[in-house]
Design a protein around this ligand. Structure first.
Ligand SMILES: [Zn+2]
Length: 226
């Protein structure tokens, strides 16, 4: 079996979204692009996360058609394939049905940039697609269009999709989106939601790109940041 290491990371992430209660039952799905290949690995349709193994993960082409695997792939395979086709920078996709993001998806309201980590990790308000039933080609199209060059998108009356360079990044996007949705609802109950302005969002994004133990930009060491 090819791509053993990649399959393991997909199974581990699938378990994690279940254990973190971001999906009930067998809902949600996870995929990983195979580096430098027109291929992706995706979780199977309707299988329990707790007993899922690497053999259950399905290998697909970027057209969403099966290449290898015994299982039926996730019903949202076209949504995943569509994003990879559109975005060469995306290496992994996590789709969850978490509670607070779903509330915004039901209300048809975008999640605003209200926390510093929203600005840093996501960098934009999370827009909502028009309502389209799950598992359809039309939903895949609407998700690709509404996501654009962004990192997260809400699926009306359904859930949340986060993308990233790898699975950990895609999960972090979903976690930050979920927390932002919760805090927005709480702040609203206190009477006021103050959004960050675009200038501050840009500044926070830049600081985050330079953040951590290994500066990613050549002048990062000059910023004096801890
Ligand atoms: Zn879903």
């Amino acid at each position: 079996m090819k791509y053993l290491k990649e399959r393991k990371t997909v199974v581990a992430m699938a378990r994690r979204i279940y254990e973190e209660k971001m999906v009930p039952g067998t809902w949600g799905n996870v995929s990983l692009k195979i580096k430098d290949q027109p291929l992706l690995l995706i979780t199977p349709s309707g299988m329990e996360y707790e007993t899922m193994t690497i053999e259950d993960i399905v290998l697909l082409g970027l057209d969403g058609e099966g290449v290898e695997g015994e299982r039926i792939p996730s019903t949202e395979k076209r949504l995943h394939a569509g994003i990879y086709q559109q975005r060469a920078d995306v290496g992994a996709i996590v789709h969850v049905h978490s509670n607070y993001a779903s509330a915004f998806a039901v209300a048809g309201r975008s999640i605003p940039v209200i926390l510093e980590e929203t600005a840093q990790v996501i960098g934009h308000a999370i827009q909502v697609t028009p309502y389209v039933p799950c598992g359809t080609d039309e939903l895949a199209l609407q998700v690709v269009q509404t996501l654009g060059q962004g990192n997260a998108v809400l699926l009306a009356n359904h859930g949340l999709v986060g993308v990233g360079g790898d699975l950990d990044q895609a999960l972090t996007v979903c976690q930050v989106a979920e927390k932002t949705a919760l805090v927005c609802i709480l702040a609203n109950s206190l009477g006021q939601v103050n959004e960050l302005c675009q200038a501050d969002i840009n500044l926070l994004k830049k600081k985050f790109a330079d953040y951590g133990q290994t500066p990613k930009t050549t002048d990062a060491g000059k910023t004096g940041k801890g």
